[in-house]
Design a protein. Structure first.
Length: 273
């Protein structure tokens, strides 16, 4: 989620809505990289390059349907037959190295990597301990579920996709049956009219055209969501600084990920230290 404020330290405690884009903290690496206009031909995945920073896969003793591997020093709980991973390796401050991986012919390869990834202004926290409105990014491995953004769906995009329309929100109303879901205000079921200062306000997606130009839904707190733990954790385009709980990357990198992610490959994102 996104709630822009000029000074992070001055955020009032009543802002318990999950924030997920830039909150105005300066990034040590600067703004996102400029690149080809979105009206150009759909982005295709780059040539696959062999990866050197992969450890041997080992069986997970606690989850027989997953395996535990390490990619770029990040622990990944890989679903059975999973072949796509985004790793988020925290480097310093609110910066991270983000890498898109794919396994082909039994080997893991790098499809895209950027050192200009961002995490939340509240740092990193264990997923089960996260609280709404803390600006923290949850640690762990989560499914990449679907995507949304400002443009019509491109032929190359394989994830379920929704183009943002007037009245579309991400529900953060803790009293709603649709908590942590994409919903239009015309459908009802949440208090979309609440002001940003209210702990149960929801996020109007059109208010953030830069960050949500391209966005992928991270499956944190999505199945059987726990109220007040947080909603609207996405992988989206960089703004001018740290996020408020999401993972962000340069526009070119997010576009490349959108073109490569394939639900048949069971993509996940692994966030580590």
């Amino acid at each position: 989620m996104i709630r822009l404020r000029p000074v992070v330290a001055a955020l009032p405690p009543v802002l318990s809505v999950v924030l997920c884009a830039v909150v105005g903290i300066a990034s040590p690496t600067g703004a996102g990289v400029s690149e080809v206009d979105h009206r150009s031909a759909p982005v295709t995945a780059p040539a696959i390059t062999a990866a050197a920073d992969v450890t041997t896969t080992t069986a997970s003793p606690t989850a027989p349907t997953t395996t535990t591997i390490s990619l770029d020093g990040v622990t990944v709980r890989l679903p059975a037959d999973g072949r796509q991973v985004v790793t988020v390796n925290h480097t310093s401050g609110h910066s991270a190295r983000i890498t898109l991986w794919q396994r082909d012919a039994g080997e893991w390869h790098v499809l895209a990597r950027s050192r200009d990834g961002r995490i939340g202004y509240g740092g990193l926290v264990a997923a089960r301990l996260r609280k709404q409105a803390t600006g923290a990014t949850p640690l762990g491995t989560f499914r990449l579920l679907s995507a949304f953004g400002r443009h019509p769906q491109a032929a190359a995009w394989k994830l379920p996709y929704r183009q943002i329309a007037r009245g579309d929100y991400w529900v953060e109303d803790n009293g709603s049956a649709y908590y942590n879901r994409y919903r239009n205000k015309a459908e009802g079921g949440f208090r979309w009219w609440l002001p940003l200062s209210d702990p149960n306000s929801s996020e109007r997606l059109l208010d953030y055209p830069t960050q949500y130009e391209y966005s992928v839904v991270i499956g944190f707190n999505y199945d059987n969501p726990v109220r007040h733990r947080g909603a609207g954790i996405f992988l989206h385009v960089n703004g001018p600084g740290a996020t408020a709980g999401c993972v962000a990357g340069p526009r070119w990198w997010i576009r490349r990920a959108m073109a490569a992610l394939d639900p048949t490959l069971q993509p996940v994102i692994a966030i580590g230290r």
